[in-house]
Design a protein around this ligand. Sequence first.
Ligand SMILES: O=C(O)CCC(=O)C(=O)O
Length: 277
Amino acid sequence: MPKILSTQQIQEYDTKGFISSIDVMSEDEAALYHEKLLAAERDHPEHIHAENRNNAHLSFCFLDELAHHPVILDVVEDLLGPDFSLWASVLFIKEPNTSHFVSWHQDATYMGMNKNTFLTPWIALTPSNLDTGCMSMIPGSHKQHIVEHEDTFGKDNILTRGQRVNDVDESQAEHLILKPGQMSVHHCEVIHGSQPNHSNTRRVGFALQSYMQNDVRQEIGKNQWMPVRGKPRTEADNIDIRRPRFDLDPISQADRDAASENYSDILYHGAKQKRAY
Ligand SMILES: O=C(O)CCC(=O)C(=O)O
């Protein structure tokens, strides 16, 4: 019996590779989270900025709280079953009237996992729509598994390698319009991307990238995971990532440094260049 999703939503995820407009919290609550983010950016810029956007949930309790939000975890459980852990998180921020974009890509391409069964909830803390540069998805594209990507390292492309799938039929795209406090969930093989923010509003999305079942294992780097729900992983080489007990907790800061270095080594494995994010 699913905890939150309807049978129809679960079928939609299987068929299209994503579901959207899931209410996680009210717009007012999302605004409070965004205020906390603004305060963290103002008070601790060295720990959270455009190029230090990975795994900030290991530095700041309000982001750790989101990574453990019961609605998010219940939705993940409806799709993955009872046992899963979190690999990493990424803050995708597009400032007002900027040219940053995300090219068409499939998340799993450079993640180095042995199985592509994992998923990413993307929580909107501000409006995400056609003006602010919401995510767009190609329905059903997860069924073709990983296709060829070209690394562009484009200046305004906010993906690590600026990796791009060419020849996407954009007329098929579905645009995921989210109010603050809503989320989408996408499969790691669905083709997706996003356009620049042409509005006067900041677009902030927090991607929990990704929740994975215990049989998903890392094949390029170290097996570092935050246990989140259900049975823990038992392999001898497993390294637990710990939750922050307070903001900038030195123990989880050290875990963040190690996890982010591992993450970067994996994502840039075999790449011609390496960027700071
Ligand atoms: O935030 C965006 O525009 C893109 C995010 C993305 O590609 C992802 O969460 O996988």
